[in-house]
Design a protein around this ligand. Structure first.
Ligand code: PLP
Length: 402
């Protein structure tokens, strides 16, 4: 962008791993007059939202909707199910797992943190071994991030469920899907998750400020005996009010207007197609990174994230300098790096309302920015991504013609 201009032409490329760009249809749905949140129109809206969101979590049980960011839903999951001094097993997949662990400590829980090098997801075998050691069943919950947003590593939730069962351990299973929900396959009921934590601002294509707890019967039973202090987060008040289609306090009415439309849009596309689109964009991005000769932070393909690719820069190159340059010249934002890799990598978000050409535009901007900032790369990353996307479309074309 010329430095003497106060306007960027076209849309900003928001390639951070959430909040994601909002579809115009969601924006328009939210751009409506405020309605009475105790009136009949709201009752119908709330029912659509509360029923609709279950189809995204794939649960027949209630999903609690909070007017809060994801951090609030983390806290709600812990304070509703646990008691002071309870041991919880958590996995240090990256920055967000660390923040959740820190919260657990502040709330008076005793987290045991399985460490990793931040380059893989949670390993079911390690969780199983830890649970087997806990003969007295002092661990009350296993808490895992489905997708670690800080590193772009996905954890195998269904496998972790099986590991907990193999260990014969009664701990609750709490899963954060903030950067995976509505972007990759997730099944709250089938995978035996007790509390699934979700957020609005990523796959659900909404602004930040709404979050979710999908709850199993076992979690609801645990909430009756949980002793951690709670008021705003109390499931009981929410579940009681929700039964009649209302909330115990003023809900985010316009966010709910957006939510029902976002859910409609996800089903119009088809959840399987949404997941395939995210897989395609992720693979195209990884191929571009490899063609550039750069390293993907996630070091084991079985943990690759469908929503985020973190790209390591060669020693001596500053990822923040790259991000600033790319923003200045090409009006594109990437996610920053964290923790022990601070300044070493940047994250490309490819989630939410994003399509083939959006990611190709983003990768073109990235290839130019890497060149301009002086990172030694091979050309051809965008071409590799295009070749891959073309091949997927070609295969679909052949199937349609058969
Ligand atoms: N968990 C994950 C996986 C996240 O990516 C985030 C935020 O990006 C959070 C929790 C915290 O959510 P929020 O920033 O909406 O409070």
């Amino acid at each position: 962008m010329p430095k003497n201009s106060s306007r960027n032409a076209g849309r900003h490329f928001l390639q951070i791993p959430g909040p994601t760009p909002l579809p115009d249809r969601v924006l328009r749905a939210m751009d409506t007059p405020i309605i009475d949140h105790r009136g009949p129109e709201f009752g119908k809206l709330a029912k659509r939202a509360l029923d609709g969101v279950k189809t995204i979590f794939k649960t027949a049980n209630p999903v609690i909707i909070y007017t809060a960011t994801g951090t609030g839903a983390w806290e709600a999951a812990l304070v509703n199910t646990l008691s002071p001094g309870d041991r919880v097993l958590m996995v240090e997949t990256g920055q967000f797992a660390t923040l959740w662990k820190n919260m657990a400590t502040k709330l008076g829980l005793k987290p045991e943190f399985i460490s990793t090098d931040w380059r893989i997801g949670a390993d079911p075998a390690v969780i199983e071994a830890k649970l087997r050691e806990d003969k007295a069943h002092e661990i009350k919950a296993v808490c895992v991030l489905h997708n670690e947003t800080a590193t772009g590593c996905l954890s195998p939730v269904a496998e972790i469920r099986k590991a907990i069962d193999r260990a014969g351990h009664p701990a609750l299973f709490l899963v954060d899907t903030i950067s995976s929900l509505a972007s990759t396959d997730y099944r709250h009921d089938e995978w035996g998750v007790d509390v699934t934590i979700g957020g609005a601002q990523k796959g659900l294509m909404l602004p930040p400020g709404m979050s979710f707890n999908a709850v199993s019967d076992k979690a609801i039973a645990a909430s009756k005996n949980s002793k951690l202090v709670k008021s705003f987060w109390s499931w009981e008040d929410m579940l009681n009010a929700n039964k009649n289609g209302y909330f115990p306090y003023t809900p985010a009415t316009n966010m709910l207007q957006g939510l029902v439309v976002a859910i409609d849009m996800l089903h119009e596309e088809g959840l399987e197609n949404v997941f395939a689109r995210h897989d395609r964009l992720a693979e195209a991005t990884r191929r571009a990174v490899r063609a550039w000769g750069l390293e993907i932070l996630c070091r084991d393909a079985k943990y690759y994230s469908p929503t985020i690719t973190a790209v390591l820069l060669p020693e001596g190159h500053d990822a923040d300098k790259l991000r600033n340059l790319a923003l200045d010249h090409f009006d594109i934002s990437y996610g920053m790096s964290f923790g022990k890799y601070l300044g070493r990598y940047f994250r490309i978000g490819h989630l939410g309302d994003t399509n083939d050409l959006t990611i190709l535009g983003a990768l073109a901007g990235t290839e130019m920015a890497l060149t301009l900032v002086g990172v030694p790369i091979k050309k051809g990353g965008v071409q590799a991504a295009m070749d891959y996307i073309t091949s997927v479309h070609g295969a679909a074309q052949r199937v349609a013609a058969e």
